[in-house]
Every structure is written in C-alpha cells, then in structure tokens.
Design a protein around this ligand. Structure first.
Ligand code: NAP
Length: 250
C-alpha cells in the first residue's frame, strides 16, 4: 500500500506527517518550483510526471494504491491530470483543498475577479498596489511599469521588474501587525490577492480591513468535480478507509 500525495501545500505536509505516524507508506510529489521547499515527512519525489500519460505510468511503476491531490487551489492543471490518470489507472483519488476566503467577514466588500488581467483592471485606480498573487503572475501587471508596485514572492522573480517596483521575498505565515506595518511603510493603497484560502496568509486581509484598503481577489479556477475534503484529518480517514483492505496501518 503506497499513497501518492500531490503536494506543495501545508495541508499536504500535514497529511504526510499523520500518515507516516500511522505507518502508511507515503510518497509526496512536489513540482520543483520553489528553490528550498518545506519538505514533507516520508518519501519525496520532485518534478513533473510528463502529463497524464507520465502520471499513469508512474502510478503503475510505483504501485500507488491511492492518491490525494492536495495541491494548491490554483494548481488546476496537475489536478486535472490527477483526475484523468486516476481514472485510467483505476486508482482511488481524493481532493484535499483548503476552503477559500469567501466566508471572511469582509469578503462582500472585496472585488472578486475571474483572473489576473481582470484584477489589474479592477485595481486601475491604485497607484501603490500590494501584489501577492505569486511570482508567475507578475506578467499580468507589466503595464504598471510606472507605478510603485509592492510585490511579495517566495522566490525571486525570474525576470527583471520595473525599477519603480519593490520586491519582498518572504514566506508565510504572516501576522496582522507586521502586515499592517508593511502596508503603511510602503504607502500601499490596495491589496491584490488570489483566493488561496487558509490562515497562513490571511493576515493581509485583516490588515487591509483595519487600514480600510480596497482588496481585489482572484477567484479560484474552475476544476473537475471530484470527491473533495477540506481538512487533512478528513483525508487521513479516507486514506485509512480506502487502503484498509491493502495493508494494516498502525
Ligand atoms: P499546475 O499549473 O497545475 O501544473 C503544471 C505542471 O506542473 C503539471 O502539469 C505537472 O507537470 C507539474 N506539477 C504541478 N504540481 C506538481 C506536483 N505536486 N508534483 C509533480 N508535478 C507537478 O501547477 P502550478 O500552479 O505550477 O503549481 C505547482 C506546484 O506548486 C503545485 O504542487 C502546487 O501545490 C504548488 N503551489 C502552487 C501555487 C499556485 O498559486 N499555483 C501556490 C503555492 C503552491 P507534468 O504535466 O509534467 O506532470
């Protein structure tokens, strides 16, 4: 019995930790985007599989008995591949996806947009936006080459950015007080984020509310409907139930 966790999230790491503690053989898969990723417990493999065909082959070669797709809510391609590959290989699949921020007390005051370009358009009046949508999203904001853009990313951007932009290299979790300090210090006049959800990076939303700043939120991409849970503990239960016939975890 070996469980493949498609990872790159805190939820995936938490799931791996518990499953390893319960004696379940786990392989966590990371895309390899981040230079120094937080590594989960158990075995880890890094890099793409080579599309759906490659993933089907991997499932067979590694004798995977269950898959938990615990990738980030915005990683839609790997999720679609996992769904198709699991169907083809006949391997049970569960999606573990943290809830979005739609229930945040200020959510109805935010501007919700379908994509990054719409985010830029919605924030057209901002002169000093705080862009927290990730390193690979920055191209969408390239027309803002004359604005005082504050960008926060985990790894340095791959390309040179306009001289008027400021880049903060940081990895959550963040606290409301430090988020407020950053916004005040840089004179931020709006916050742009993806609906990543979870508590590790939500302090910016509370800070923006405290400072009465507008917030633009990019909605999650559409994805295939599949069996989904929101908490690592629910995924642990599913794995133990699903693999009960294949082996006996401690
Ligand atoms: P994506 O667009 O859905 O996937 C693009 C390709 O990257 C996939 O087709 C696959 O390549 C490879 N890939 C993605 N996740 C993988 C994984 N866990 N293990 C092995 N290969 C993977 O994904 P993405 O948005 O670039 O995200 C990449 C990773 O970063 C994910 O693991 C995700 O959980 C994490 N992450 C993403 C975001 C975000 O905002 N997108 C934020 C935080 C963390 P092949 O087709 O060759 O298999």
């Amino acid at each position: 019995m070996t469980v493949l966790i498609l990872g790159g999230t805190g939820e995936a790491r938490s799931l791996a930790t518990t499953l390893v503690e319960r004696g379940v053989a786990v392989i966590s898969s990371l895309a390899g985007r981040v230079a120094l990723p937080a590594l989960p417990e158990g075995d880890v493999r890094v890099g793409g599989f080579g599309g759906i065909d490659g993933l089907v082959e991997y499932l067979q070669v590694a004798a995977i008995t269950a898959i938990v797709d615990a990738t980030h809510p915005f990683a839609a391609t790997i999720s679609a591949h996992a769904y198709a590959a699991a169907q083809r290989a006949g391997v049970p699949l569960l999606r573990l996806e943290r809830s979005g921020w739609q229930d945040h007390p200020d959510a109805d005051r935010w501007t919700w947009v379908p994509d990054l370009t719409a985010a830029r358009i919605a924030a057209a009046d901002c002169q000093r936006p705080f862009v927290t949508t990730g390193r690979r999203s920055l191209e969408a904001f390239a027309p803002w080459s004359d604005r005082q853009v504050l960008v926060r990313v985990v790894d340095p951007p791959a390309h040179d950015l306009p001289l008027s932009w400021t880049v903060l290299i940081a990895r959550g979790p963040y606290e409301i007080d430090s988020e407020k300090m950053i916004m005040v210090h840089h004179g931020v006049d709006c916050v742009i984020t993806k609906d990543s959800g979870g508590s590790l990076t939500s302090a910016k939303l509370d800070a923006a509310a405290a400072l009465d700043l507008p917030v633009v939120v990019v909605q999650r991409p559409a994805r295939v409907t599949m069996s989904t849970v929101h908490q690592p503990a629910e995924a642990v239960d599913w794995v133990l139930r699903t693999t009960a016939g294949s082996a006996s975890p401690t």
